[in-house]
Design a protein around this ligand. Sequence first.
Ligand code: RUQ
Ligand code: CUA
Length: 650
Amino acid sequence: MKIYNHLILTIGAALMLVSCGQQNQSSNGALSSSAAEKVYVAPGEQDEYYAFLSGGYSGNLTVYGLPSGRMFKEIPVFSQFPTSGYGYSEETVPMLNTSHGFVPWDDAHHPDISQTNGELDGRWIFINGNNTPRIARIDLSTFETAEIIEVPNSAGNHSSSFITENTEYVVAGTRFSVPVPQRDMPINEYKGNFKGALTFISVDPEHGHMAIKFQLLMPGFNYDLSHPGRGKSHGWFFFTTYNTEEANSLLEVNASQNDKDFIAAINWKKIEEYVNNGGGTKIPANYAHNVYDEHSHTGTSTMRKEVLTVDPTKVPGAVFFLPTPKSPHGCDVDPTGQYIIGNGKLSADLTVHSFDKMITAIEGGNFDGEAYGIPILKFEDVLAGQVKSGGLGPLHTEFDGKGNAYTTFFISSEVVKWQLGTWEVIDRKPTYYSVGHLMIPGGNSRKPFGKYVVAMNKITKDRYLPTGPEMEHSAQLYDISGDKMELIYDFPTHGEPHYAAGCPAELLAPKSQKIYRLDENRHPYAVTSADGSKVVRDGNEVHVYMSTIRSHFTPDNIEGIKVGDKVYFHITNHEQDFDVPHGFAILGQNSSELLVMPGQTKTSVWEPKDVGVWPFYCTDFCSALHQEMQGYVRVSPANSNVELKWSLGE
Ligand code: RUQ
Ligand code: CUA
């Protein structure tokens, strides 16, 4: 026993020495070699989890592996992306169409993976665009954006895009309340006149196609975040609100007056029934619905002209307010669906509401007044408990499926682990620095995979080698398999990841698509055999039906193009092998290159302004003879009569 004690003392002393010596580093000294083993994915080995991190102001979604932190792909969603030609090619430009015209950028915050029975099913991932309100659906077999729907009557689409437990709906709530419909009115008449639209977008169970089912026109608060009920609370949706003061200026002071704001509890099943029975009011609207077809490899944009609105006071028993202290931010629901957590960003304690108590209070009909006709429940009636965390500025909570919750604290820069039901704090670990969201794979479903948590930090400072004033944001990986969290890794992320969604690799990897089949290519300008290549003039539009295979373009010489022409290069990649894209770029083109996947057709437009002989080439190193993969276009004066001709090997 003595020897044992002595050993512990020695090890303890050694640990202290190591950590004292490295106080400026976050390294755990003697512990770091075991941490390294935990994140080391040996060359040729693959990761255990996929993590999808939103790109924030990059407008995109990035795909990482866990635990390695290796980035696999950036999926372009709301932003033009020259790396693949997304938003530049004729086929993908319609994906970025909106009622405001072509909008090639957005601010993407909250990815959410589709679910069946409250468990991740890995079919699609949804993500919101805040600035010009939109929701996108990404196909998780191709990892490409398949659909984008604009959300009318909304602004700063932030409490989005969260899905119900059978992917019945993807929900989008407005951050800014606005006049509905939009109109010219004095800003200081906001209070009582602006509305906050909560939009329920149905998802077709077979193809995933989205359609706005209804918009609930709520009082003019700010609707910050939301999550669906699950299990026993399936059928409800919860939204945090702030600025229940309805201030329209200097919100940092004026929106922090009320001691409590609300969590809005919405019984969407009741409202669904109401609209299915003819309830609600259709109002004129104008919003884009953009769908990408995998067989024609083409996006189409359709403008929709009407939306069904619902006045919450017309559906008794469907909408209630739960008082929640101090401008709550995150709104999270535990895996059982019993607890609804309001993360009051200006408070020290966390408020947890009980679903069962909420139902009892509603049935008892004992309210604490109302706001714009919506009943306010009594705080004590719905309160399950408070977590006295000792942290500052709680933002977001995730769950490990073992009865524990993990909350981020922005101001005190830490993740706090606490127990559901006892509200007891079990552990806390610092983050570097100022953490926003955190993510446990499946952490917002009935079945989380509680092995790792990823913290997404807002401030990077000294974590990496400096890169001038602008630094990538930093993510941190904690092993949460034991009682105590262990920080095991730091990795830089792209854009500003707000939130993430993760799932076990085996859910997606086996069904990840390798090629597009050429015999299923329905693109109107596809050439499915090399002898189908041709060049067709139609007035001053010229269509080049071009194909690619290692290592040439067919055709590779084109003459008879004139200044003032609009030349469409429709390029079909004839490869049917995994991972053999070809690229296309031509000198002086006012656009990006194209990257064309095997079996796919993509179109680039070029309007030559000068006579000459202009080269084009393949931008993707596709074979040993990639540098030979090139061609020329001869451009003659507008009035010339050089004959249109094309060739390969002549
Ligand atoms: S936000 S850091 Cu989800 Cu846009 Cu909280
Ligand atoms: Cu094709 Cu390089």
